[in-house]
Design a protein around this ligand. Structure first.
Ligand SMILES: NC(=O)C1=CN([C@@H]2O[C@H](COP(=O)(O)OP(=O)(O)OC[C@H]3O[C@@H](n4cnc5c(N)ncnc54)[C@H](OP(=O)(O)O)[C@@H]3O)[C@@H](O)[C@H]2O)C=CC1
Ligand SMILES: O=C1O[C@H](COP(=O)(O)O)[C@@H](O)[C@H](O)[C@H]1O
Length: 328
């Protein structure tokens, strides 16, 4: 799916005119895990969530979303474009990051980070972080790239969510129209879907949020999708560097993150606590995203269940739904 970002962007005419600050309100790159360190805290505590997944994995995805069209699909041509994105990024400031650390949820028998015997007592290592990164170039000036990663959350998920700007001079009643979103779900159950408004079927003129949906396991039924690590091992065996980071990219990635990492440590910034299993880390994280312009309507209803894995609902079930059921 991560490689698909390049094909989706550059092999489809439909996205190119929209892929810029005039049309995109924000981009959210998310990595969530539904388990804590659970015995691996000794390793994790030295690094924390920003070094563990944000400075590397999430930043790589961000670069693929933000970069210009590479000259070719050759590894070095793609890396040239990624490094240009990184060079346009200002270093992360402490004002643009919220950190959290999970605490026990005794009701569900879940331990806190500090209960892990391999974690030093009193550690202030973040297990959750959300940060706003900015690419200061003509295409992206002012658009927040919100990257967030956390352990011990409600689900295991990696996705990119591109939230488009509100429609101008809306002709429908106020609040009826929600923003378009393009979602690239990397895991689990790979999917690309576009959330958009349609007229609710029937006699009325009400608008409803629906989707154009490409769920891989429905569209490509006879295919075994390789695991990310299988793909990387194969790259090593055939000598392909397309999925590996070049030294100049790495240097730039650290230039962006090191000042905030050092400030967090030298100022001993205490992470905000969040109970094991919550959706998005500490409450300050949702507040931070709202301030950056991320909107959540809570009105969208997907009939096939969360992550597209649940049972398919029948249209007749839907007709009788007076209110969309809340998805877990
Ligand atoms: N092909 C497929 O498999 C498809 C599956 N679906 C499924 O349908 C469901 C709804 O889809 P979608 O609208 O994309 O996703 P969600 O409604 O789950 O979430 C949309 C975004 O809003 C955030 N959010 C959720 N609740 C709140 C809240 N209370 N306050 C602030 N922000 C919030 C989410 O964060 P967070 O990520 O932390 O939850 C996410 O970034 C999902 O389960 C999705 O997987 C939808 C379309 C296609
Ligand atoms: O690199 C890392 O990734 C894993 C998650 O990888 P996944 O393939 O299982 O999704 C993460 O748990 C670990 O902390 C991190 O070092």
């Amino acid at each position: 799916m991560v490689q698909n970002v390049v094909v989706l962007r550059f092999a489809n005419r439909v996205f190119s005119p929209l892929w810029n600050r005039d049309n995109i309100a924000n981009v959210v790159v998310t990595f969530k895990e539904n388990f804590g360190t659970e015995g691996r805290g000794g390793y994790f505590d030295e690094f924390g969530i920003i070094r563990d997944v944000m400075q590397n994995h999430l930043l790589q995805i961000l670069c693929l979303i933000a970069m210009e069209r590479p000259i070719s699909m050759e590894a070095n041509d793609i890396r040239d474009e990624k490094v240009k994105v990184l060079r346009c990024m200002r270093p992360l400031s402490l004002d643009d990051v919220v950190v959290g650390q999970y605490v026990a949820d005794p009701e569900n028998g879940k331990p806190g980070y500090l209960d892990d015997p391999t974690v030093p007592a009193g550690s202030i290592t973040p297990t959750y972080a959300v940060a706003a990164l900015y690419v200061d170039n003509e295409r992206w000036q002012g658009v927040p790239f919100i990257v967030r990663a956390g352990k011990a959350l409600n689900e295991k998920k990696c996705e990119v969510r591109i939230q488009f700007k509100d429609v101008i001079a809306d002709i429908l009643p106020s609040g009826a129209v929600h923003r378009n979103e393009l979602v690239l779900r990397v895991q689990p159950n790979e999917a690309v879907y576009m959330k958009l408004m349609t007229k609710r079927p029937g006699m009325g003129f009400g608008a409803e949020e629906t989707e154009l949906d490409l769920t891989y396991n429905r569209r490509f039924t006879d295919l075994k999708l390789p695991d990310a690590y299988e793909r990387l091992l194969l790259d090593v065996l055939v000598g392909s560097q397309i999925n590996f980071v070049r030294t100049d990219e790495l240097r730039e990635a650290w230039r962006v993150f090191t000042p905030a990492l050092h400030a967090l440590e030298s100022q001993r910034v205490a992470p905000h606590p969040y109970p094991y299993g919550v959706r998005n880390g500490p409450p300050q994280a949702d507040e931070f995203m709202r301030r950056l312009g991320f909107t959540f309507s809570g009105q969208y209803f997907y009939p096939h269940g969360g992550s597209g894995a649940g049972p398919v609902k029948q249209p007749s079930d839907r007709a009788t739904d007076s209110k969309p059921p809340k998805l877990a």
